[in-house]
Design a protein around this ligand. Structure first.
Ligand code: ZN
Length: 516
């Protein structure tokens, strides 16, 4: 591990000065991890009757965690630690621990407990209103709740915002530290025209895969078996994790040595569960690659949601839809499903797994159109937070934008502006991290290929993913929050962060499969 300082302070002295801080941070993180255990249970095991008591448990724990995270004694330990790391290189271990502790402490202290509580209360109701509105495909039912959530987000931005920072900048910074609206606008600006043009060219190519391949009768127990095989081969450690079923797939870490994933199974949609498992495995490999000795500090936590998503997308799309990957997995999958895939050639399956076509639902979108779904949300949520767009106008704005970007119109609001859970939970500023993840992932994968050479494809075709996993662990996972995500990507790849690698990837994919 890298530690120490340019000023040459002996390392023993440093650790002692940080000890009370690290103890405080670890205690807060341990308490918070109890919340994750309850969350996992709620999503995978809990009977409906447990909902009310669980809500009380979570509210109490959230309050206790907030008290721990804002304790004056922690603030004093932090101030002493800051004095001890003066003059340290910004990426030295102790400097990173102190910097990230300051960020978390200031954010926790600046947010009044009353606002935190009010947000928890309103979002619980807003969630039910969203479920109800979606069921009835009625955007107007959700609009008043959307207005209340937006008001709370604006209040939060006022509490946390720095001088000259826009409200949306402040909200984005929570999920993607260091990212700004201006930078995101630039990134989406470079993506928009090429992706819209690519989708049009693919549509006009006259080529399409056999789409029925993905919607045949796939026995659920077989889906589960091959999903487990894939997760294990990618390197997911089942002794430090588990795979369960939930309505919405997710990954969650209960503590060092316990990073869990979930998926869902539909009897006639193998792709959902299989690529979903690869995706969540990518998230979990990041968590399993964090260094357990740094639990509770910034060195033991993921750098950003965007970097987290880069890991899931890299394994799901760049590895999991590639020819070498299927050279290994096709015989396993074909044989496991018996008659279901008996008449299908590997090439046909691979084409179906690499389909590109406009569709209304984000979570079902392919690698190319996915980012246009995100661009739409990015534009709408900025306008909502600035006040330029009113909540009751979201439905119309959504449909206009979808038509302009993808040339399609949702059947109703359930398939349109009510499809995502994020806004009901006050997660404004979250969406752009999905696209950042796609771009980071592509740039990191190019760098891994440069470092590891063509042997990587030979490895994949043998079902050996250890070289790539080891590379990611060393260059990405083990750093925790040492660098901002985009700085880490720039460092590792040797190139400024941009959309270039991603555009190269999707252009070559479109050429391979659609001849455009
Ligand atoms: Zn993800």
């Amino acid at each position: 591990m890298r530690r120490g300082a340019e000023s040459g302070t002996p390392s023993g002295a440093m650790s002692d000065a940080l000890k009370p801080l690290i103890e405080g941070l670890r205690e807060a993180a341990t308490l918070n991890s109890v919340l994750f255990a309850l969350e996992w249970d709620e999503q995978t095991q809990m009977p409906p009757g447990g909902a009310e008591h669980r809500a009380n448990q979570k509210a109490l724990l959230a309050r206790l965690t907030h008290e721990k995270a804002t304790a004056p004694a922690l603030g004093e330990a932090l101030a002493r630690a800051e004095a001890a790391v003066t003059g340290f290189a910004p990426d030295a271990d102790d400097a990173v621990i102190v910097r990230q502790a300051r960020r978390a402490y200031d954010r926790a202290v600046k947010l009044p407990g009353s606002l935190v509580e009010e947000t928890a209360r309103v979002t619980a109701h807003a969630h039910h209103a969203w479920v109800d509105a979606r069921k009835h495909a009625d955007a107007a039912r959700f609009a008043p709740w959307l207005a209340r959530v937006i008001d709370l987000c604006q209040q939060k931005a006022r509490c946390l915002g720095a001088e000259g920072q826009s409200a949306y900048d402040t909200l984005v910074d929570e999920y993607e530290p260091g990212a700004t609206t201006a930078e995101l606008n630039e990134v989406f600006g470079t993506l928009k025209a090429p992706l819209v043009a690519l989708v049009a060219k693919v549509g006009a190519s006259g080529r399409a895969p056999r789409r029925d391949l993905m919607t045949r009768a796939f026995a659920v127990e077989v889906q589960e078996r091959v999903g487990r095989i894939a997760a294990e081969k990618l390197g997911y450690d089942f002794a430090r994790g588990r795979l369960d079923v939930s309505v919405h797939p997710f990954s969650i870490t209960l503590g060092p040595g316990d990073s869990r994933i979930t998926t869902r199974y539909h009897a006639n949609r193998f792709g959902d569960s299989f690529f979903g498992v690869l995706h969540e495995t990518g998230h979990a490999l990041y968590e399993q690659g964090l260094l357990p000795e740094h639990f509770g500090t910034g060195l033991g936590e993921a750098a950003s949601l965007g970097l987290h998503e880069s890991q899931s997308r890299l394994w799901e799309n760049l590895v999991g839809r590639s020819r070498p990957f299927w050279a290994h997995f096709w015989p396993i999958v074909r044989d496991a499903f018996g008659a279901t895939l008996a008449d299908v050639r590997e090439e046909e399956f691979l084409f179906a797994a690499n389909d590109i076509r406009p569709s209304p639902i984000r979570v079902e979108a392919d690698e190319v159109t996915y980012n246009l779904h995100i661009l739409l949300r990015f534009e709408i949520e900025q306008a909502l937070i600035s006040g330029d767009l009113k909540p009751h106008d979201v439905d119309a704005a959504w449909n206009d934008k979808l038509r302009a970007l993808l040339g399609i119109t949702p059947r109703d609001a359930a398939e349109g502006c009510l499809q995502d859970v994020h806004w009901s939970g006050a997660s404004f500023g979250y969406f752009p991290t999905y696209t950042l993840g796609n771009l980071y992932g592509a740039q990191l994968f190019e760098a891994a290929r440069r470092d590891l050479g063509d042997g990587l494809d030979v490895d994949f075709a043998r079902g050996d993913f250890s070289a790539l996993r080891g590379w990611l662990r060393k260059h990405v996972h083990a750093h925790g929050q040492r660098y901002l995500a985009k700085d880490l990507v720039t460092r590792v790849s040797g190139k400024p962060f941009s959309a270039d690698a991603f555009l190269r990837h999707v252009n070559s994919k479109a050429e391979t499969w659609f001849g455009v």
